[in-house]
Design a protein around this ligand. Sequence first.
Ligand code: UDP
Ligand code: MG
Length: 314
Amino acid sequence: MRKSVLYIVVPCYDEEDCLDETNRSLTGKVFELAKKKISARSRIVYVDDGSKDSTWEKIVGFAKNKKVVGVKLAHNVGHQNALLAGMDYARKKADIIMTIDADLQDDIDAIDKMVEEYQGGAEVVYGVRTDRKADTRLKRDTALGFYSFMKFLGVELVYNAADFRLMSRRAVDELMKYKEVNVFLRGIIPQIGLRSAIVEYKRKKRKAGKSKYPFRKMVHFAWDGVTSFSVKPIRMIFVLGLMIFLLSVGVTTYAVIQKLTGNTVSGWAFTVCSVWMLGGLQMVAIGLVGEYIGKIYIETKCRPKWVVEEIKEK
Ligand code: UDP
Ligand code: MG
């Protein structure tokens, strides 16, 4: 039987501090796996996502080894798009496409089990974190809140699975048919719906360098996840509007009765309060609807999500 070719895609943004160790571990892993489980033509693909430090120079150095490929993106397009760029490159050459972050917080020893699941027939294998002690408290709590909120909105996510996963070429081909620009891979991949499996592992601390996901980017990422997958926020506004309307009917009846019985007071405070309250609510509603219109606007452009500048391979 022909052995499957595995490509491991690693997105890198300003990762000069940890790439040496990452490359040592990953090439070691591929070498070890190629002894029995996978083809010797398996490789590691580093995607440089427009780094400003010496990341690309390092990758060029690694690519002298036949097991390593470097793909340089013309500018920073963000983690999700960098992953897609790497997967799109890899699907032309590999049977199995894995993605893993450059900081090796995910356990590379789980790759063995993931490949076994693939060989057992799974098209997508999610790496699921059982232990997040290595993450900061803030990161854990916000992540937990996010997963619960997405569940409430009815979005299918694999709990505690991030972007450490294995996909068959077929699954990646299907993924590439999703033409949206606001990509949220964790939401799209379960939607593809091919046979999947889960491999658990413990998440470790970042090897070196700083997180490239500051709080601002995390909020942005979560917001993209919500608005790219759910129209429930719009419905919530609708329900709120309906409730306020019913309430205002009651208030109006009350006001009319007061008027008829001659009990009218100046009513200034009440009027001003309602004007401000309703004005505020309307603005929130318009803003929210605007968010979706903004998304439609961007989607209709169908811009390419990345541009490959250069490919280094032997
Ligand atoms: N990354 C990227 N482009 C970006 C930001 C991050 O390719 O604009 C990469 C980064 O180099 C790393 C991965 O995405 O390999 C995940 O980032 P990080 O480890 O900083 O995120 P965290 O683990 O803190 O969520
Ligand atoms: Mg990380």
